[in-house]
Design a protein around this ligand. Structure first.
Ligand code: NDP
Ligand code: GDR
Length: 356
């Protein structure tokens, strides 16, 4: 009698985050058994993966949640021993750059030491799991060269960037020292309608949707001239999976190759809403005005960072050539997708409030 091969098993840390939800969706559709590590919360609202839990997973794979924390080695050992995953995707982190200046030690613990705890646990248990580390373009920090590729030196500008660089080097070192299949995806900014609302793209699309519906007057922002290479999160998770399917473990940059400023992001959003902005004033006095004279955007020092990463633009040629990876969503499409989602969200909330 023929037996179908048992499904591959993946452990995803950070499954409740933006990337974790896209990755879980994708792996389930590929027939994986997915184990998501979750932290204990006072409420168990897993907004981003609720649709996967409700469906009782997916048509093919199955989703299981287990409690654990990157700060607790015992929990990592226990989960790895229980799950014995073929693939581990380490997406969990204190991922907010601005917050990392307020919580540097905590960020180093979760974002820097967390991956080391996972790697050491894998080694300790002698598991043959393949390991993906969510590394970040924030490691490049102060501009050394543009565009940035796998050989560009790191110059982190935040406790978050430094913690990610520590994790990057450890991932590489565990590969070289112990022969683990451990890789870094050096990912540039990626966004989606599921992006946390403290990040600048989602903050802008949410505020614009609320302004459009008269629920908010103004949007307060920090540095409008910061430039980022913004792509769609789903594409980056496809890249993460591809990295773990390659014959040889290696590190890859994932990026779109295009860079845009926060200012441009705002301009496109308000243009799409039929309220093109004009800019007036300078420095902290600068503001963005609607055609009818209303101030829509104002600068607030609160949103500046002690040190800034001015310009990020990635070169993902290596991933394109060796993995066949390329982004499928353009910058314009990404902005429209996020804005359309937030307009719908605001309209739905307004309709609910009317009924209540
Ligand atoms: P999110 O902030 O949306 O998600 C972070 C996840 O980590 C959440 O599931 C969170 O759980 C979990 N987490 C936080 N602390 C711990 C901890 N101590 N133990 C276990 N889990 C924890 O991040 P993204 O989805 O945007 O990013 C995913 C990964 O990719 C992160 O490592 C990030 O640093 C990295 N990255 C992201 C980029 C981007 O542009 N999005 C670019 C480059 C790298 P909870 O829900 O309980 O808070
Ligand atoms: P980033 O993303 O720091 O690049 O880290 P974020 O969206 O927070 O900032 C991007 C740029 O916008 C400027 N900015 C503002 N940022 C925020 N959050 N809020 C504001 O009001 C504001 N005004 C201007 C920032 O100064 C910055 O230059 C993200 C995270 O997902 C990391 O986890 C990931 O590693 C990197 O992307 C790649």
């Amino acid at each position: 009698m023929l037996h179908s091969p048992s499904p591959k098993r993946a452990l995803v840390t950070g499954i409740t985050g933006q990337d974790g939800s896209y990755l879980a969706e994708m792996l389930l559709n590929k027939g994986y058994e997915v184990w998501g590590m979750v932290r204990r919360h006072s409420s168990t609202a897993y907004d981003r993966i609720e649709h996967l839990l409700e469906k009782g997973a997916s048509d093919q794979g199955a989703l299981h949640l287990v409690h654990g924390d990157l700060r607790d080695t015992g929990s990592l050992l226990k989960i790895l021993r229980q799950v014995r995953p073929d693939e581990v995707y380490n997406l969990a982190a204190q991922s907010d750059v601005k917050v990392s200046f307020d919580l540097p030690e905590y960020t180093a613990d979760v974002t820097g030491l967390g991956p080391l705890r996972l790697l050491e646990s894998l080694r300790e248990l002698d598991l043959p799991s393949r390991f993906f580390q969510a590394s970040s373009s924030e490691m490049f920090g102060k501009v050394q060269e543009t565009p940035q590729n796998e050989n560009t030196p790191f110059y982190p500008r935040s406790p978050y960037g430094s913690a990610k660089a520590f994790a990057y080097h450890n991932t590489r070192n565990y590969r070289e020292a112990y022969g683990l299949y451990a890789v870094n995806g050096v990912m540039f900014n990626h966004e989606s309608p599921r992006r946390g609302d403290s990040f600048v793209t989602r903050k802008i699309t949410m505020a614009a949707a609320r302004i459009q519906h008269g629920l908010q007057n103004m949007l307060l922002l920090g540095n409008l001239d910061a430039r980022r290479d913004w792509g769609f999160a789903g594409d980056y998770m496809e890249g993460a999976w591809m990295m773990l399917q390659a014959d040889e473990p290696s590190d890859y940059v994932l990026a779109t190759g295009e860079s845009h400023s926060v200012r441009e992001f705002c301009e496109i959003v308000f243009e799409e809403l039929g309220q093109p902005i004009t800019w007036h004033g300078r420095g902290l006095e600068e503001y963005g005005q609607a055609p009818d004279g209303r101030k829509l955007i104002q600068i607030s020092p609160e949103f500046y960072r002690p040190s800034e990463v001015d310009m990020l633009q990635g070169d993902a040629s290596r991933a394109r050539e060796l993995l066949g990876w390329q982004p499928s969503v353009s910058f314009r499409e990404l902005v429209s997708m996020m804005l359309a989602h937030d307009l719908e969200l605001v309209e739905r909330d307004a309709a609910r409030a009317d009924v209540a």
